[in-house]
Design a protein around this ligand. Sequence first.
Ligand code: BG6
Length: 494
Amino acid sequence: MSTSNKNIPCLITIFGATGDLSHRKLFPSLFHLYQQDNLNEQIAIIGIGRRSMTNDDFREQVKASIEHYVTNTEHLEHFMEHVFYHEHDVNDEASYDELLEFSNDLNERFELGGNHLFYLAMAPKFFGIISDYLKSSGLTQTEGFKRLVIEKPFGSDLVSAEELNNQIRRSFKEEEIYRIDHYLGKDMVQNIEVLRFANAMFEPLWNNKYISNIQVTSSEILGVEDRGGYYESAGALKDMVQNHMLQMVALLAMEPPISLKSEDIRAEKVKVLKSLRKLEPEEVSHNFVRGQYDAGTINGVEVPKYRDEDRVAEDSDTPTFVAGKIRIDNFRWAGVPFYIRTGKRMKSKTIQVVVEFKEVPLNLYYETDKKLDSNLLVINIQPNEGVSLHLNAKKNVQGIETEPVQLSFSMSAQDKMNTVDAYENLLFDCLKGDATNFTHWEELKSTWKFVDAIQEEWTQTPPEFPDYEAGTNGPLESELLLSRDGFHWWEDVQ
Ligand code: BG6
């Protein structure tokens, strides 16, 4: 993480401050930034919630969360002096006048230069109304910067995303909107770009001449937990593919940007996302597989099927698993499938990219009629963080026989969860005004177009769910997706 541009005075207003995201990720991340001296004394955080609560009670809750998620709590008491609670009804215009007054007080007290960061850690249905009232109350008329940070989902299809965008744009300019995709804050996701563009050895091979296919997996052991209500309306396609999975594909497939400026990187990502081949209705079932978990056993623990989860319909058709074959229609990638796969209640928690290279033109070694092992570049994003290159080398026996070997590096284990790191990176970027690792509206437009085509077809054809046992790698169809092309998912490679 860059440590330049430290100490930016700012008032951070968190809507939804008593919610899960704030307690699990935002406050621990802000505290860690403070502890590392990336936030200084000119910082104030207003936690906004509906409930009536004293400042002291709120601080106790925040402290308890931080103590739960962060091991080293040095300077916690000092940090807490910057945290305030404000009771507020987001639908009530008058509430915003009180918030304005309170914000002005803190702005003077902490010398914040009128810099405002509004973080909406709330359900998307409130994004529009909050941004409207922020403007009409005068909260956005400030002498400093104003930025709006919003969580996904950003709409539920292209039409609703467009409506939401138009509404928010009435109060904030595109460059003031920071749409979070927490995968873009993960160190190893950010490393994809560095590996590609800071090494001479990959870029010449990074194309359809040398790469046979690229696989991107994000599998989870967890089920839908207590988010059944939200998940029923989203499913794996909208929850994971439209954002995290396609963002990783964009980083893997983009052309080298002309500089590392945010607008230059985004321009390249937008180009790739515009080149995603949109599927015709009759192509969907051949290229995209959906699944839903049945009951099963994971690590010795029996888990229920999705349809038995809380706030999930008994006959739900919501997919908890998606695998797909994506084609990118440009010169570099013509003919190279990008396979993506994501699901809940799978065998392991793994976020991984596998780049499989084409075979050498002729096998000269050992049993010359046999295929050599594939060369792979494996990027481990989570839980292991590192990179490995799978090569063939001489076996340590007489004669010339080959065996697969690995060159690998692993980032040192950190004292906290990866996702806290991701939020920390993103919050700091946002304070610095660096929008590189946030999603631009043009990217959203393309990803929704791609996903809408699949969703529309799926709505027409009811699936036969459940179709994979919890604790497995998903439905059989997902294996067939690759075997039809002569490939297979690379499982358990590190
Ligand atoms: C979120 C999804 O965006 O990402 C969740 O809404 C999912 O359903 C989560 O569990 C996965 O994130 P990570 O960082 O644990 O891979």
